[in-house]
Design a protein around this ligand. Structure first.
Ligand code: NDP
Length: 485
């Protein structure tokens, strides 16, 4: 396949790293080389931040009204739809996610995000403030400024656009640092921004190593806010580094989300939900339902039902439309998942199915989808993210027990409850400390639903009106007023 964009995008120009550094990308399904991509360092980040700063303060962007910005975002959505298959193939070749997911779900979702925030761009209204006689005070909503966006490898394009679309709608400018492992769709995005007519410098894209380019972005004085998705561990680094210049931060971090199944639930539907909840994107999902809590009296029956449905998630060529389960993103990540499964077994968990590396046509960083039973909530496999296709099953006795163990986690990102009694499910949902909760399979994965975490799963929200607010400052203007009340 043709890969057009492998350089760094700074101020509308495609450049190589000054020291010539590159990073080789490997297709995780075939183990073949995809291409070499330029690997930016501190110098490229400095130039990109200077470009974004200038675009924010001078040039066409700050003079543009919201309606014009909205039209540019709408145009960008059109371009994503025009190039949908090219972008989906890039994402699948680089990340390993099935083409079904990239072409039918994620790239269309990206177009809808640009359209949704296009609608917000001309609705930056403030409020008038009553109260001080002799003054007319009002608020203005203004862009937060230059935003550094640090993106992980699990949803390389989608998680970029969750940040970029509201930031552009608000009038911010951006420096995007994709994961070194998966930069291709962010680079294509940079090219489409230019084609849509977004002025040079508003969106800069610097692929490079997290510890080098990412850290330089965290430290840069010209950056006003960092929007980060990734591990809780690096999230801590983001917060600490941002403290240097009091950058605003929004963090979408790890999860260990509970999926609670009561004996009275529609078990067949709940089993489908348990599978998609852990095997979508081969388990490389922060909101994955990785802890499956099953009421004791249906535990064995339910595990068998889930197991019966897992054939749908057999490893396959991710470029095949029918495949629902691709390779892990890199060999290193595949091995880390296997090591975590082995640690779970040492702690007393049982591999009911899966638990081994796999291959398709003799190649690829595949894993068998896996169920671990006999898991206790205090085991490492239940406490820490595995970030792979590994379902940890934990029995519970009653509602209070389910709530107690579900909440016993450092994380609070997502979750699900299944029961024939909506009243019971809602009561339990209200008691779970997570940012999103699905009842009986209902869908929250949509652009107008704010997404984010409680506890160590993050700070702030993405999507919806709250996701837009993350990119705005509030200014009060105080005016003398002659008018008498
Ligand atoms: P990281 O948190 O390490 O990476 C996320 C992003 O941060 C990447 O762009 C990375 O760059 C960058 N980064 C890494 N170190 C720094 C730093 N010191 N300063 C600035 N930026 C930095 O996640 P990984 O991708 O390595 O995955 C590790 C684990 O994190 C996974 O196994 C999973 O458990 C969890 N994770 C959680 C995600 C979520 O959505 N909650 C998403 C991805 C991972 P680069 O990749 O180039 O090093």
């Amino acid at each position: 396949m043709e890969i057009k964009y492998t350089q760094i995008l700074i101020n509308g120009e495609w450049v190589n790293a000054a020291d010539g550094a590159t990073h080789t990308l490997i297709n995780p399904a075939t183990e073949e080389k995809l291409c070499d991509v330029a690997s930016g360092g501190a110098g490229e980040i400095e130039a990109a931040v200077a470009s974004s700063r200038a675009a924010l303060e001078t040039g066409a962007w700050p003079k543009m009204d919201g309606g014009t910005r909205g039209r540019l975002l709408w145009k960008l959505a059109d371009l994503f739809e025009r190039d949908l298959m090219e972008i989906a193939r890039l994402e699948t070749a680089n990340q390993g996610k099935p083409i079904f997911e990239s072409s039918k779900i994620e790239v269309p979702f990206v177009a809808s995000i640009f359209r949704y925030y296009a609608g917000w761009a001309d609705k930056l209204g403030g409020e008038t403030i009553p109260g001080i006689p002799g003054f007319l005070n009002y608020t203005l909503r203004e862009p937060v400024g230059v935003v550094g966006m640090i993106i992980p490898w699990n949803f390389p394009l989608l998680l970029t656009v969750w940040k970029l679309a509201p930031a552009l709608a608000a009038g911010c400018t951006a420096v995007i640092k994709p994961s070194e492992a998966t930069p291709l769709t962010a680079l294509k995005l940079g090219a489409l921004c230019l084609e849509a007519g977004i002025p040079a410098g508003v969106v800069n894209v610097v692929p490079g190593r997290g510890s080098v380019a990412g850290q330089a972005l965290l430290d840069a004085r010209g950056v006003d806010k960092i929007a980060f998705t990734g591990s809780t561990e690096v999230g801590r680094t983001v917060m600490k580094s941002a403290a240097g210049t009091i950058k605003r931060v929004s963090l979408e971090l790890g999860g260990k989300s509970p999926n609670i199944v009561f004996a009275d639930a529609k078990l067949d539907a709940a089993a489908n939900g348990a599978c998609s909840g852990i095997f979508y994107n081969k388990g490389e999902v922060c909101a994955a339902g990785s802890r499956l809590f099953v009421e004791k009296k249906v535990h064995d029956e339910f595990v068998e039902m889930v197991r019966g449905k897992m054939t749908r998630y057999s490893p396959g060529d991710p470029m095949d439309d029918k495949t629902r389960f691709g390779p892990q993103v890199t060999k290193q990540h595949r091995d880390s998942v296997l090591a975590k499964v082995a640690a779970g077994v040492r702690e007393g968990a049982t591999i009911t199915i899966g638990g081994k590396a796999a291959a398709v046509n003799g190649k690829g960083f595949f894993l068998e989808p896996t169920i671990l039973t006999g898991v206790r909530n205090d085991m490492e496999v239940a406490r820490e993210e595995i970030f792979g296709p590994v379902l940890c099953v934990i029995p519970f006795s009653d509602d209070d027990d389910a709530v107690r163990i579900a909440n016993r986690s450092q994380y609070g990102l997502s979750g699900a409850v299944h029961s024939a009694s909506t009243e019971r499910a809602l009561a339990v949902a209200r008691r779970i400390r997570t940012g999103t909760l699905s009842v009986n399979g209902a869908q929250w994965f949509h652009v107008d639903n704010p997404f984010g975490g409680y506890k160590q799963s993050g700070v702030g929200r993405e999507n919806g009106r709250l996701g837009f607010e993350e990119y705005l400052e509030t200014k009060v203007i105080a005016l003398p007023s002659e008018a008498k009340p």
